[in-house]
Design a protein around this ligand. Structure first.
Ligand code: HSE
Length: 431
């Protein structure tokens, strides 16, 4: 048996505790499979009163992060603190002291990744992040290694479990948005601030990581257009269903030699697409590579054990690096290269537009007139009888491919009509 790999965990919350459980309970299996011995030497947290359901006898438990990073015996620091600060300062310090770092922190990588990858490079250490996207799905390793021969042409991710859970409950049981969100929070996979889930921010953090990896350069999180699912009603879910679609919050990556088309928004996915069958809190990433063709990765995107399982896979990888004489470098995010993105205005899509209007003669013709004026071709129109508000009737229009710019202008013009209620919703169709 080779020398032990000494691990320190900072942040003994749900995920950190999961990592401790695997190292302590699954040690034999890991050793058998890898020929390495993993030792949980130190765990750092501010609260050592709470019961965690794991026996930490033999592990140094402390509130002092410095004790961890200045310990020369520690090989790898696992960061499971979450959020930007103090996680950023801690990860940076750990890298600067020559420790390899494994993190599950998607927000941190999306916002501060460039600095951290540079720091890792400067100090000749690794920053690993398998658990940051798709929880237990080995999506990072698949992109880095399994698909390394391919140019990634398209990538469509259902990578926020909370919104997928909400949309599934709305779709299957007609639950309204607020009730479905409350249930997701009870299940425990929503972020501390659930606006990150339902507003699309969490999916955008994860898309930043996937896109940076796939494109081999750094993507600016702030340049990604993001829309969440908060405006969706069960009426929209039903309309979509009747048109043969399922609404999913998609993180989208579309390759173009010149720039990348990245966005996060609710999308009408054809009912027979594989992504339409990804339900509840499960995640999936559908990837098309230029040589491999279509692939899909599916599994639990959150939770203690799936996330910890991904973190331990990084530890095993690092163990090989620590003990190999020479390791071929595997592509990762290059902090020195920036990837340019299309702005939303430059993109075309098919659209779903839902509005409520007074039920009077000539109204539909005026709305259609606006579409005509902006060169947008309508592919279907449906009007229902009154729905909730007896003065107004819901109308839904599906369009052929049109520019975002034209659609935005048409929407603004339609909003001006005195017979249209202000709560207009525009969604995009899968392409
Ligand atoms: N809040 C996240 C989700 C947790 O719902 O997917 C996993 O990153």
């Amino acid at each position: 048996m080779e020398k032990a790999i000494n691990v320190g965990i900072v942040g003994m919350g749900v995920v950190g505790t999961g990592v401790a459980k695997i190292i302590l309970n699954q040690g034999h299996l890991l050793s058998e499979r890898t020929g390495k011995r993993f030792v949980l030497k130190t765990a750092v947290d501010l609260d050592w009163e709470q019961e965690r359901g794991v026996d930490l006898a033999g592990v140094q438990t402390t509130t002092d992060f410095e004790a961890l990073v200045t310990d020369p015996e520690i090989d790898v620091v696992v960061e499971t603190v979450g959020g930007i600060e103090p996680a950023f300062t801690m990860v940076r310090r750990a890298l600067a002291t020559g420790k390899h770092v494994v993190t599950a922190n998607k927000a941190l990588l999306a916002m501060k990744g460039r600095t951290l990858f540079q720091e890792a490079e400067d100090h000749g250490v690794e920053l690993r992040f398998e658990a940051s996207v798709g929880g237990g799905i080995p999506i990072i390793k698949s992109l880095r290694e399994g698909l390394v021969a391919n140019k990634i042409m398209n990538m469509y991710g259902i990578i926020n479990g909370t919104s997928n859970y909400i949309l599934t409950r709305m779709h299957r049981e007609g639950l309204d948005f607020d009730a479905a969100l409350r249930e997701a929070q009870i299940q425990g996979f929503a972020e501390a601030d659930p606006t990150l889930d339902v507003g699309g921010g969490d999916a955008a953090h994860k898309l930043t990581i996937l896109a940076s990896l796939a494109a081999g350069g750094f993507v600016d999180f702030n340049a990604i257009p993001v829309e969440g699912i908060t405006e969706l009603t069960t009426l929209d879910i039903d309309f979509a269903k009747n048109f043969g679609y399922v609404v999913k919050l998609l993180a989208i990556y579309r390759f173009n030699e010149e720039k990348l088309d990245l966005r996060v928004h609710p999308t009408l996915v054809p009912g027979d697409h594989l992504l339409a069958a990804v339900n509840n809190e499960l995640n999936a990433v559908f990837i098309t590579g230029d040589y491999v063709g279509d692939t899909m990765f599916y599994g639990p995107g959150a939770g203690q054990t799936p996330t910890a399982s991904a973190i331990v896979s990084d530890l095993v990888d690092l163990a090989s690096i620590l003990q190999a004489e020479k390791v071929a470098s595997i592509p990762t995010i290059n902090p020195e290269k920036t990837v340019n993105l299309f702005s939303l205005e430059e993109i075309t899509n098919r659209f779903y537009l839902r509005l409520f209007t007074l039920d009077q003669p000539g109204i539909l013709a005026q709305i259609a007139g606006v579409f005509g004026k902006y060169g947008i071709s309508i592919s279907s129109v449906v009007q229902l009888e009154t729905h909730g508000d007896e003065n107004y009737v819901p109308i839904v229009l599906l369009t052929h491919e049109a520019s975002e710019k034209a659609m935005f202008k048409a929407m603004m013009a339609i909003k001006e009509f005195p017979f249209v209620r202000p709560d207009i919703l525009r969604l995009r169709l899968f392409k």
